[in-house]
Design a protein around this ligand. Structure first.
Ligand code: BDR
Ligand code: CA
Length: 322
């Protein structure tokens, strides 16, 4: 049996870069393409960052630049969290690699048609994927699994009290993806908090590995660690995208999950990008039909509620050990 084929869609900043490293170093999968979307930083910068992460892994995987802005809104970046270059502003740049010709959306469509059973992991706003699904709906059947880093199911957001960054940046795209027939799995932001944060002792252990990947993984997240501390009071490096990647690589790291319909708020300023989970299946109730009818016609999303924290950290250490 050939290796599982995976496509990574990313708005590459510091935690995305670590997730890319995990994927490229894993013996379990073959990454067929990296597609880039605007989000944490402008798409050009995100593309350079993805190329750098691939270069650090000595990988010549094709990297395609994609959507430069959300479907209907202006782009709001997260330089306040990841730094102006998305990698903590240490002056990183790829030395040799350049982006591949072609658009990320075409690369998603072509990969899904070429590799039935393809798995996709999204680490940024869902703009590229929403456009790809609209342009070629057949890809939904070919994608066996779509692991989505994003959302704040039944809990607080990190950009507004209601919404997580990837959903908030392009809520229209998120809504299109959640209301599609894709086999979706949600790895929400809350899973990267508290015990899942890479703490000071673990950072020291990573630094002790003493190789270019381990050094990069810690250093490029310096700004993000400071911003996370400011935001939550927690100390350490919170890594939402690498956690989603760890769950993609090993689904058993999701200890507790359940399937639900999800709607995404696009109308309200207060709750823009909120991922509303129908946890009790009340969307079927006739009084909810008008609002929930469309969601009910599509597939449910598997929501990961509990993460195997030790397993996730072991996966991270493995990826950074050369
Ligand atoms: C998500 O937003 C970005 O800041 C991270 O890269 C991650 O994808 C967390 O909310
Ligand atoms: Ca990201």
């Amino acid at each position: 049996m050939g290796a599982r084929k995976v496509l990574i869609d990313t708005d590459t900043a510091s935690d995305d870069a670590v997730a890319i490293i995990m994927a490229l170093r894993s013996p379990l999968i073959e990454v067929v393409a990296i597609t880039v979307v605007a989000g944490n930083v402008e798409v050009e910068q995100a593309t350079r960052n993805a190329l750098l992460a691939a270069e650090l892994c000595n990988s010549d995987i094709p990297v395609f630049a994609g959507s430069a802005r959300p479907l209907e809104r202006k782009l709001e970046t997260a330089d306040w969290f990841h730094g102006v270059d998305g990698l903590g502003d240490h002056g990183y740049a790829p030395q040799h690699r350049r982006a591949s010709a072609g658009h990320a959306v075409d690369a998603i469509i072509a990969s899904a048609l070429e590799y039935p059973g393809l798995e996709i992991v999204t680490l940024g706003p869902l703009t590229n994927l929403a456009v790809a699904l609209a342009r070629e709906p057949r890809i939904a059947e070919n994608i066996s699994r779509c692991v989505i880093m994003g959302g704040a199911p039944c809990c607080e957001g990190n950009v507004t009290p209601a919404a997580e960054f990837n959903m908030w940046v392009d809520p229209e795209a998120a809504r299109k993806v959640f209301l599609s027939r894709l086999m979706k799995e949600m790895v929400g932001w809350q899973l990267s908090r508290f015990a899942a944060v890479v703490n000071e002792r673990e950072i020291a252990a990573i630094e002790k590995l003493g190789n270019p990947l381990s050094e990069f993984a810690v250093r490029c997240n310096s700004r993000a660690a400071a911003a996370y501390h400011e935001q939550t009071g927690e100390i350490g490096i919170s890594l939402p995208d690498p956690i989603a990647m760890a769950v993609l690589l090993d689904p058993a790291l999701s200890l507790n999950s359940s399937q639900h319909f999800i709607e995404v708020e696009t109308g309200s300023d207060l709750t823009r990008g909120m991922t509303v989970v129908d946890r009790l299946n009340v969307g079927r109730d006739p009084r909810n039909r008008e609002v929930w009818g469309e969601a009910m016609q599509n597939s449910k999303t598997k929501i990961c509620w509990t993460l195997d924290v030790e397993g996730w950290k072991a996966a991270l250490m493995r990826a950074l050990t050369i």
